[in-house]
Structure formats: structure tokens, C-alpha cells
Ligand binder design. Sequence first.
Ligand SMILES: *[C@@H]1O[C@H](CO)[C@@H](O)[C@H](O)[C@H]1NC(C)=O
Ligand SMILES: *[C@@H]1O[C@H](CO)[C@@H](O)[C@H](O)[C@H]1NC(C)=O
Ligand SMILES: *[C@@H]1O[C@H](CO)[C@@H](O)[C@H](O)[C@H]1NC(C)=O
Length: 631
Amino acid sequence: MGKSIWKLLFLGFMFLCLNVRNSVSRFVVEKNSLMVTSPEKIKGSHDSAIGNFGIPQYGGSMAGSVVYPKENRKGCKGFDDFGISFQSKPGALPTFVLVDRGDCFFALKAWNAQKAGASAVLVADDIEEALITMDTPEADSSSEKYMENITIPSALIAKGFGETLKKEISGGEMVNVNLDWREAVPHPDDRVEYELWTNSNDECGVKCDMLMHFVKNFRGAAQILEKGGYTQFTPHYITWYCPQSFTLSRQCKSQCINHGRYCAPDPEQDFSSGYEGKDVVLENLRQLCVFRVANESKKPWVWWDYVTDFQIRCPMKEKKYNKECADSVIKSLGLDGQKIEKCMGDEHADSDNPVLKDEQDAQVGKGSRGDVTILPTLVVNNRQYRGKLEKGAVLKAICSGFEETTEPAVCLSGDVETNECLDNNGGCWKDIVANITACKDTFRGRVCECPVVDGVQFKGDGYSHCEVSGPGKCKINNGGCWHESKDGHTYSACLDSEDGKCQCPQGFRGDGIKTCQDVDECKEKKACQCPECSCKNTWGSYECTCSGDLLYIRDHDTCISKEAREVRSGWAAVWVILIGLALAAGGAYLVYKYKLRRYMDSEIRAIMAQYMPLDSQSEVPNHTNDEHERA
Ligand SMILES: *[C@@H]1O[C@H](CO)[C@@H](O)[C@H](O)[C@H]1NC(C)=O
Ligand SMILES: *[C@@H]1O[C@H](CO)[C@@H](O)[C@H](O)[C@H]1NC(C)=O
Ligand SMILES: *[C@@H]1O[C@H](CO)[C@@H](O)[C@H](O)[C@H]1NC(C)=O
């Protein structure tokens, strides 16, 4: 009884604060596009609003076939109660269930559709109005059970468009649509700015647990992105202020600092016990200052370490949510405690705190972002993120904020895979025999790209065909050629030296692709036909033996005597060497003699010429003939 009065009082109070603060609250609905691809007559693009639950495929798109159930059209009950299943058959497009708005939470409709096998849920509005964001129900025990487990994306569509779809479906048409989130986050450049509106309060039920879980899980990726200069992250904390006339009230005193300027709700929603709202404001302020000090020393990512360490080491449950514990975390992270103190200022001063003032100003919507009024809120490139606060989904949203091709590696890693390739191979080319696929999961959804396998490049459109281009064709699936193993031998018809041409190897005959048959060399009298030979066919070859002491010489396909061959060849070599030596010696002698004679002749001639005239014309030939005769 006492507790619920406090709760009422508290809610009314916060309501007051909010309304005073933002007399005209701006709320921007985040949209994605819904494209009808068939039937022809209703083809076209429509806006749809991204729900605040489930997992939108930021940066990607998703095709599906729309089904409007015959019963349970609002999706408020489990579809299995009606014997309805939306599980699509293998190879068929995924099913998008169209349900009507009304009677229950949006999230429950999505949950029921998901349980029945739907891949996405479209909610048709029931009144003509501008699109709204389908919000999560206020945490209560019945919705808490399934909220966490909704993984399919959801979209609200306008009433008129919903009716068009229903008409086509009831007319027996197959209605195919494409949900597209590629423009849901602007992607102007190679750096993504994002902010998380968070809270240090760790005792507020499912929402706090989810936020803490997210920060813990996302920290690694956030730090990689920040250290690489890919992102600029800023944490933010919502504070409210106490209306002037209440500043001296007990509520304001326990929930606010700086004389009612900065307030947070009491963590236990009970002013009489436990932690007070102002404890939360102070810790929020400390976390803001940790960020500022870390940012000044060019290490803004240390904030993630502080926040996760604080959660682990200083939980409210263990009564450690206090300055002392915070200081020990600051110390162990090597942060400058004095600077942080200075940044935090005096909580009792009747003046603005510059850090918290900035936060209140930032809460007001600007540009394409609406006012921040709910926690947690994630804003990526100045657009509010919709959907579940979960590592993979958030990473996808951040990754889709990069200009295409400038995404860092973490965006293409397994963390953000869509697993679309698991389903029907994503519609990409596949070689079943070699188990090679062109389907590649990325955060943008699957792409069909001919792969590189074992260093062998495939080329083609990626959808209907890919083939090896360049060397190495035989490595993949044996180049599509015949190959077979038998009796410890393996033969392949693939010729790597001839660009993967299929040709039966020696000893086989056939087309080289499907078949190569063993040639029976013995029967076809191709080998081993000499009188002493006896032939035996083998797979891919033959064996030939010679009778007696003879030896089969395969190269010459003949039998010879073992010894004769040895002796003959031995003597022949000796003879060749001897004759060669003799010839060489003779030649050398002749040259020597000739040179000597020439020399002597010319000397004699020179001497004789001094005494008598010589007929050189007859003298020289004679001289040469002479020489030959003597040799
Ligand atoms: C939600 O998922 C968790 C973990 O997979 C599971 O234990 C839990 O039973 C699920 N809740 C519902 C309502 O299906
Ligand atoms: C963090 O530092 C960068 C430059 O190093 C600056 O542009 C940015 O405004 C700082 N953020 C805050 C919240 O102080
Ligand atoms: C095909 O390859 C994938 C990974 O490369 C492997 O997980 C799968 O088991 C393979 N399938 C078959 C039938 O070999």
C-alpha cells in the first residue's frame, strides 16, 4: 500500500518534470522502405516505421512473401492455437505476416508471428494517420518474458496501404515485398558518430539489465572502432529538473543535486530507503567526467572500461554503488582522479553544472533526431536506432553508417553476419560436388560473389555461374574432368598445363569428362608383341615379361639378354674412347707438323729469295701437296 502510493507520487512527479521541460516534445519516426515487387499493378515503394523491438536489418534488405492469416488477424494469440504456421518451405521466400493493429501490444503480435515461423511482421495501422513508432510495452512481467527473444524485424504500414495488400492477397495474388533498411541510417562518410543515452542505475529491472548486458558485450567492438578512428562515440545521460516550486520538497531534495537542477528517479522508487535519485545523478556525472578526462588524453574508449568495471565491482545490490568504489575503479584504470573531481564540481552549489547543463541541452532534438526521453537510446549518425539493443544488431546499424566500401574490418566479420547463406545458399551459385559457394554473409546481407578457393580464382556472375579463371583449374573438383582411383593408382584426365583441358591420360580412351576406359594394350596389340614377350593388361597400363633370362626394355618394347647388353655396351664405350683419343692425338700431331713446316718453309724461302728469283705461283701448291703425302 505504502509503496504504491510512493510509486504513483513518483510517476506523477516525473510526468510533471518532463512536461514542463519539453512543452512540445518532438518525436521522429525512423523509417525504412517497403517495396512491393509483385504483383505488377501494386508495384512501388512505401514507407514503413521501424518498431522499437526485434532486430531490424540495418544496412540490409530482406525479401519475403506476405501472408494475411485467415484467423487471429490481430496476432494477439498464438498462431499454433489455430493450426497456422508461417514456416516457409526450403527454397521459398520467407514469410512476412501481415497483422492488424489493435487489442494487444505490438511486441506481442511480433512474438506470436515469430513463434509461428514468420521472418518479419507487418502491422497494418487501423486509422489513417502519419506513421508512428511501435513502442515496447512498459516493462511488466508478462511482456518481459518474450521481449528479449524477439528477433524478427517489424514494420508498421499505413492503413490504406495495408488494405491494398489485403485485397491482393484475398484475390489470390502472390504478394512479394522487399523490406529495405539501407537508407535507415545516413552514411555520408568514413566516420560514424554515435551516442548512447544511458544510465548508471543498475537496479531498474529488465531495461537496466539489458543495458548493462549490452555495454558489456559491445565494449570490445566499440573500442576497436574508436581506436581505429572509425567512430566518434559520445555517452550521454538524461537528467530532469525539478520544477521551481518543488525544489524544497522532499522528493526534489532526495532526487536532485544543484538545488533541483539535475534529477534522476529514485532507483527503488521508494524515497524512504536504499539509494536516492541523487546518488544516480552523481554517478552519471562521474561517468560523464570520466569520458571527458579520457577524451582529453585522446583515449575516449576508456569510458567503456570504466562503465563495465563499475557495473561489476560496484553494484547497488552489494551496497557498493558509491564514491569510494568508483574511486577505486578510477585508480585501477590509471585515470586522473583529481581532474575528474574538478570536472564534477560542487553538488551543493546553487548554480549550473556545465557538464550536466550540456547534457540537458543535448536532450532536445536537433536535425533529424527527436528529443531523447527514453532510456536507453542509441543515436547513429544523428538518427535514432530502433530495435533491440543487442551487439550484432547495433554493430549492423553502425556499420551501415559508413559510406559503402569504407567499412572497417569488424563490420565484415562474423559478429555481424546475417547467416542468409544458410538458407537456400542465399540464392547464389553453388557447386555441390566441390562444396563451393558464391554466397558470402556480410552485415549488408548476403552477396553473391564468385569465390577464391585454395588460391584459385572463380569468375562469373555469382548467381548462376562461376568458373575457374586462370591456373589451377584441376585443383577444384578436378576441373570437371574424369578421375578415378583403383588398386592404389589414381588417374586424372585434367591437364593443368593446357588450361584444365579434359583429356584421358595415356592408357585410357574416352571423352575425358565422364569416362575414360582402360585400353587393353595386349589385345589391341599395341605393345609387348615380340616373340619372347608375354603380355598382361592392367588398369591404365600393362605388364610385359620376357621368357628365359631376357629383360624387357619398355622404351624399345623389346626383350634383350641381360649380359649381352652389359658387355656390348661396355666394350663399345671403351672403343669409342680409344678411337677418339687416337684421332685427337693424330690431329694434334698434324697441326703441329704443319705449323712447323710452314714456319721453316717461310724461313727458307726468305733466305733463298736473297739468292734467286722464286716462282711463288707454282711453289706454294707443290709445297701443300707434299705435306699431304707425308701425313
Ligand atoms: C527466451 O530465450 C531464452 C534463451 O534462449 C530462453 O531460455 C527462454 O525460455 C526464452 N523465453 C521464451 C518466452 O521463449
Ligand atoms: C572529445 O575529443 C574530441 C577531439 O579530440 C572533440 O572533438 C570532442 O568534442 C570531445 N568530446 C567531448 C564530449 O568532449
Ligand atoms: C562444405 O563446406 C563447409 C565450410 O566450408 C562445411 O562446413 C560443410 O560441412 C561442407 N559440406 C560438405 C557436404 O562437405
